[in-house]
Each structure stands twice: as C-alpha cells, then as structure tokens.
Design a protein around this ligand. Structure first.
Ligand code: SF4
Length: 264
C-alpha cells in the first residue's frame, strides 16, 4: 500500500466532515448541523442520504420538502462522482474499518471467513426498504453503524456514547479478526444502494495500458476486487469502485486515472 496523494486527500476529507459535525454539535460553529443521514450545511444547504429519505417515505408515505431537496442534491453529486465515493471519501465507519484491516495485516491475523457474498448487501438493502412499509418506522436508522459511530463521537463515553462505542467495537473486531472488508463488501445496505447509483456516474477510474503497464499486484491495494478486476479487464472500474484512488496512487497516476467516462 502506497500512501499517496489520493490517500491523503480522502483521509483529510473524511476527517474534516467528521470534525465539522463535532464542532457544529457542540454549538461552536454552525457549519454542518445534523448527522450523516440528514444535515444542513452553512444553515442553507440541506443534505440528505437518499436511502434514508426513501425509508422515511416508505414509513410515513410523506415527502418532506427539505429532505427531498437534500436527497436530490446528494443524488446529483453521486451521479457525477460515483455513489461509492461516499464510502471512500466521507464515511466515518470507513476510517475505522480501514484501520482495523491495516492493523490485522500488521499483526498478521489469519481471518477465518471470506465474508458474506456481495449479493447479501442487496438483500439487506431490500429488507430495510420493506420493513418501514410494514412497520411504519425507518427501523434501520436505529441500527445504522454510521449513525451509531456518529453518536459515539458526539456523545463521548457515557450513556448513549458507551453503547454506541461497544457496537462500533464489535464491527471493528469483525473486520479485524474475522472478515476483510466484511461489512462494506458483504453487508452494508448503503453500499448496495450507492453501487446502484454508481452505475450511472459520470466520473470513474479508467486504465490505459498504452501509457504504462499495469502492475501484476494492483489487485492487492483495492478494497473492492470487482472494481479492480473491471479496471484490468474492461479498462473502466465497475460501480463497486469507492473512488479511493489507491490503484492510482499505486501506479503513480500513469496507467490508471480518474476521468469522465460513460457506459460502464
Ligand atoms: S478500482 Fe482503484 S479507486 Fe476503485 S476501489 Fe479499487 S483501488 Fe479504489
């Protein structure tokens, strides 16, 4: 793994977003008020996770203007930069799980489980969309690990914070000791939803071997084997790609790069 410029930029981006949530929650600045499901940027720009907006609509049968505006805004961004870009650049749980995987490599943990099949996360997504129709409640939001991690950071180590940290710790251990990229690749319903959106995205990762040969070991740096396999075989990353840029850092931006491409 090379810690190149894309690694640096996306770490700074994810930490900045988390930091803005924290300072805004403490009332120091009102820059990004809310959480990863729904927030208000600079007091005027609504930001809504489209999957949460759908669950809320299925639960209540109502559309709330601010939520719809926020969901449309974010959907447009995903259609430009790729749905899974959230996973690579903004998700706070991604920071934790990347650390778990890095640590398990360092101490050479032999993981006994390859993780659930990638198709499992689509079943998870379907389930969390059907349950609100039946129950009238967007139940997943209570168990969403991204929201739980946000609560853990905001509330600290007492009460809600303690319970939240325990849940985050359990997911960390699953990733550290049991399955590599186990949550994002196999179980996360948001990753499934963003994969679907990513099929239509404008920007993607592309390879051009006429510029420079792609190294044989490139797949080792990619968190999504399907994405890098598509880069190697079809020259354009699949919608599994988190736009993390690890493959670009690895080749120094020569044969693999970000570009505007259609028709994955
Ligand atoms: S194809 Fe490249 S940019 Fe996409 S997830 Fe894999 S390493 Fe990251």
């Amino acid at each position: 793994m090379i810690y190149g410029k894309w690694w640096f930029f996306r770490r700074v981006t994810a930490l900045t977003i988390l930091g803005l949530f924290v300072v805004s929650a403490r009332g120091e600045y009102n820059i990004l008020v809310g959480n990863y499901s729904g927030s208000l940027f600079l007091g005027v720009i609504p930001i809504t996770d489209p999957l949460i907006a759908l669950q809320s609509f299925f639960a209540t049968g109502r559309l709330y203007k601010t939520a719809v505006l926020g969901a449309v805004f974010i959907t447009i961004i995903y259609l430009i930069v790729g749905g899974r870009a959230f996973c690579g650049w903004a998700c706070p749980l991604g920071l934790v799980l990347d650390f778990a995987n890095w640590l398990s490599k360092k101490v050479r943990i032999r993981k006994p489980f390859k993780g659930f099949l990638p198709s499992t996360k689509y079943y998870m997504m379907t389930t969390i969309l059907i349950v609100p129709i039946i129950t009238g409640v967007a139940i997943y939001e209570f168990y969403n690990p991204i929201s739980i991690l946000h609560r853990a950071v905001i509330f600290g180590g007492i009460g809600i914070g303690t319970v939240s940290w325990l849940i985050v710790g359990a997911i960390f251990m699953y990733e550290f000791a049991i399955a590599r990229i186990g949550w994002c690749r196999g179980l996360c319903p948001l990753a499934a939803f963003l994969n679907l959106l990513g099929k239509f995205s404008l920007v993607s990762v592309k390879a051009d071997e006429s510029r420079c040969k792609i190294p044989m070991n490139i797949a080792e740096v990619c968190p999504e084997p399907n994405a890098i396999a598509a880069v190697i075989n079809n020259r354009i990353a699949s919608s599994d790609c988190t736009m993390c840029g690890a493959c670009i850092d690895q080749v120094g931006g020569s044969s693999i790069f970000f570009g505007i491409w259609k028709n994955r």
